[in-house]
Write a protein that binds this ligand. Structure first.
Ligand code: SAT
Ligand code: MN
Length: 592
């Protein structure tokens, strides 16, 4: 018999969905069930609920209309990679870079944790669509959660509500997501993926990447698994469009690890010298890419909002982000000033004399502690972004001319280089290294291999993932060119060698010109690089040819160490590593 709380489901909900929800309601035993429809009225009601129970603090309505602050549990401020599992029949399927659990055993453990977990609480049914309505690439998910914060974030980050039920129709091809806050205890925290069942169970956390199940869990971990099965790529990439003064548009996808500037790059404002150029944002975190009938790789951004890092965001580093978060935004773990406005390290305003820090404790200027958490975030609708590309709405996506792999590296990697061909480009992506950031729990600033910026997000064996990338080449008639960039190289004095931000436009210009066969390059052991005369340095302050040569320098000593460090990853995954990767390594060593 169906649970009494489900006696009157909305007519649009199909029986397959209802059966699954019924099982979860029987398991978690909530006091109430709310069917979310995605309407503005519902948003207002839920915001009122969240304010009443202290989940959200309303901000100054004149300065931040429609905005709220949320403080998460201090033990719960980032993704937890060591508690994230891929549950597949065999361990080999999850591969050496994922935590693996046997699906039935993990199900039993999760059932124990979830049994009765929503007693006294409300279960929200959140239907959502990843991708544009009507897109052949779009995927439906249903997240059941006992967190109003999650509902309000999902409403910004996805196309939430009846649009998802309509897309699903009578089908049962939807992602089954269950999220229970429990008591937010790290000892009872698990983020589990069941790719074969298209299912996710997340318990014990309320933090973004762990609980907004459409994002990392569905769009990347389950998405990458589906992509391999169905012949497409789910990638941790921003998508942007470069429009030249002549109106030519070139679309680029770029992978950088979490908190390495994807949002800033996707919203780039060109410097004065490039005032006739325009950068359009399509997405800042996730790209789903599939070869079109034209044989070109097409990309969509499956999301509808930005879950961006607040610290360091200001009118200089990212004016478009500042305008995007001016209204209808949820801030998480930033500082609160006495006038009801928010602040973080690297804000335009100087540190406030006093405020409440991210934990709600009194904070004074000059304090040695940070006022905002280093991984504090904003959740904002992409519709607010002044640079949002109208093509973001196209169900078929945009044709991709270039793919960029970028890391955060203080040494070794030059500002920009271009792969010799697709296989070499896959090798550049596969051997990517980057210094760890506050986006995940753990040490910050250590170089680790992060292939394609997907180390925490690839939902299956990483060796098979490289093979899938290599195989994709056969299905693409006109493959994108592949580039590697590093904005973060430092000099001996510890200062960044490259100014970054808007000036990255110059790197984009060279990349775009390479895509259209308009500019020269020079062959090096690492790949093609711009000769100094190929790279526009005009109008830069204190940055001329010598500085360019320093930021592009290839130091053979550093590269010997780099190749050895790449080997550590290759050894770990050796049994499933495509031979092409080993050949590429040999070729690189030979060239060096
Ligand atoms: O916290 S999220 O995983 O959503 C953001 C990130 O780490 O990339
Ligand atoms: Mn990300």
């Amino acid at each position: 018999m169906i649970h009494p709380l489900l006696a009157n489901p909305p007519a649009i909900v199909n029986p397959a969905v209802l059966r699954w929800i019924d099982q979860q309601v029987q398991l978690t035993e909530p006091d109430a069930v709310v069917w979310c429809d995605g309407s503005a009225g519902e948003r207002d009601r839920l915001q009122a609920v969240a304010v009443a129970d202290g989940t959200l603090i309303p901000l100054n309505p004149d300065k931040h209309p429609g905005c709220f602050l949320h403080r998460s549990n201090p033990n719960d401020v980032a993704r937890v990679e060591q508690l994230t599992y891929i549950c597949t029949p065999t361990e080999e399927e999850a591969g050496p870079t994922n935590n693996w659990a046997e699906p039935r055993a993990m199900r039993r453990r999760l059932d124990e944790l979830c049994r009765g977990a929503m007693r006294g609480r409300t279960l929200y049914v959140v239907p959502y669509l990843m991708g544009q309505p009507g897109s052949p690439m779009a995927k439906v998910g249903v997240e059941l959660t006992d967190s109003v914060y999650v509902v309000l974030n999902m409403r910004i980050m996805t196309r939430m509500g009846d649009v998802a039920w309509r897309h699903l129709g009578d089908g049962d091809d939807f992602n089954r997501g269950l999220h229970c806050l429990l008591d937010v205890d790290p000892e009872r925290r698990l983020i589990c993926h069941f790719p074969q069942d298209n299912a996710i169970v997340s318990v014990g956390s309320g933090y973004g990447g762990n609980v907004l199940l459409g994002k990392k869990c569905l769009a990347l971990r389950i998405g990458s698994y589906l992509g391999r099965r169905e012949g497409w790529l789910a990638e941790h990439m921003l998508i942007l469009g470069v429009e030249s003064p002549a109106g030519e548009k070139t679309y680029i996808a770029a992978a950088f690890p979490s908190a390495c500037g994807k949002t800033n790059f996707a919203m780039l404002v060109p410097p004065a010298r490039y005032q006739d150029w325009k950068i359009w944002t399509l997405g800042d975190d996730i790209a789903w890419m599939r070869p079109g009938v034209d044989g070109v790789l097409h990309a969509i951004n499956p999301e509808a909002g930005y879950f961006g890092v607040a610290p360091g965001t200001n009118a200089k580093t990212n004016p478009n982000a500042m305008r995007t978060i001016a209204r209808d935004t949820i801030f998480t773990n930033v500082a609160l000033r006495p006038d009801g406005t928010v602040w973080w390290e690297g804000h335009d305003d100087p540190p406030p004399a006093e405020c409440l820090d991210w934990q709600g404790r009194p904070w004074k200027a000059g304090s040695t502690e940070k006022a905002a958490h280093p991984n504090s975030r904003f959740t904002a609708p992409m519709a607010n972004n002044p640079s949002l590309a109208p093509e973001t709405a196209l169900p078929g996506g945009v044709p991709i001319s270039a793919i960029i792999f970028g890391g955060r590296r203080a040494s070794t990697l030059p500002l920009v280089c271009e792969a010799f061909n697709w296989v070499h480009g896959v090798f550049l992506g596969a051997t990517m290294g980057s210094e760890t950031t506050a986006a995940a729990v753990g040490t910050v600033g250590q170089v680790r291999r992060d292939p394609m910026a997907m180390l925490p997000f690839c939902g299956y064996n990483i060796g098979w993932y490289f093979r899938h990338w290599l195989n994709m080449r056969k299905r693409i008639v006109q493959p994108p060119r592949i580039f590697q960039v590093n904005w973060f190289r430092k000099g001996d004095d510890g200062r960044f060698l490259w100014p970054g931000f808007g000036e990255n436009m110059r790197v984009l210009k060279w990349i775009v010109d390479r895509c259209h066969g308009r500019v020269g390059a020079w062959e090096t052991p690492l790949g093609w690089v711009p000769r100094t005369q190929d790279f526009d340095l005009g109008g830069m302050e204190n940055f001329g040819p010598p500085e360019f040569e320093t930021v592009q320098n290839i130091n053979l000593e550093e590269w010997r160490r780099e190749v050895l460090s790449q080997d550590e990853l290759f050894m770990r995954i050796y049994s499933q590593l495509p031979k092409e990767m080993i050949f590429q390594r040999e070729l690189l060593v030979g060239r060096l």
